[in-house]
Design a protein around this ligand. Sequence first.
Ligand code: ADP
Length: 194
Amino acid sequence: MLHLILFGPPGAGKGTQSKLLISKYNLTHLSTGDMLRSHLKEQTALGKEAARYINQGLLVPDEVVIDIIKHHIESNPHANGFIYDGFPRTIDQAVKLDELLTGRGQQINLMIFFDLPDSLIHERMRKRAEVEGRSDDADDQVIATRIATYHQKTKPLIDYYCAQNKCAQIDGAPSIEEVSLATCHAVDGLIKHE
Ligand code: ADP
């Protein structure tokens, strides 16, 4: 069973690339951002709690997202594999994910890192705010906090997965098609060696 992490700053194209990978490799999409937004929309207790963090550009507490992910992995026993999008975002989340998978006799196969300079991140998020109307994309201060949080809390995960020899770095700046080609190349190499 494939376990792929799509990694990178906000706006790097994780959502777009995950859609393409899901249909090509028949994988189940686990996006903590989408899951949290659906809680927000339904106004659940968890959603109300998460909104306080999301609207400021801060990370939702680790326990909250780990529980959500655990629930979704356990409720998809027949999945062909999973794509983690926006998770893990802290070392603690990565450690907990490793523990969870080890307990099931599985492991992360690859972390695909879409690299993008901060200037492009800003530009893409402003564009996305116009198209999707996400409140956390519209405010410059919130965007700046999310980029800072990414550098501070999330980027250390690159070393975490590189140390396990599980990191593939892809330039996220070119067109969707070019990024997709490079991404599929990395996944195909992985499947060949399985
Ligand atoms: P982005 O487009 O910035 O990658 P997402 O759609 O993945 O954002 O997530 C939106 C917000 O939801 C984040 O800014 C954060 O507040 C919260 N969030 C999503 N995933 C996680 C996670 N794994 N850990 C903590 N908070 C998360």
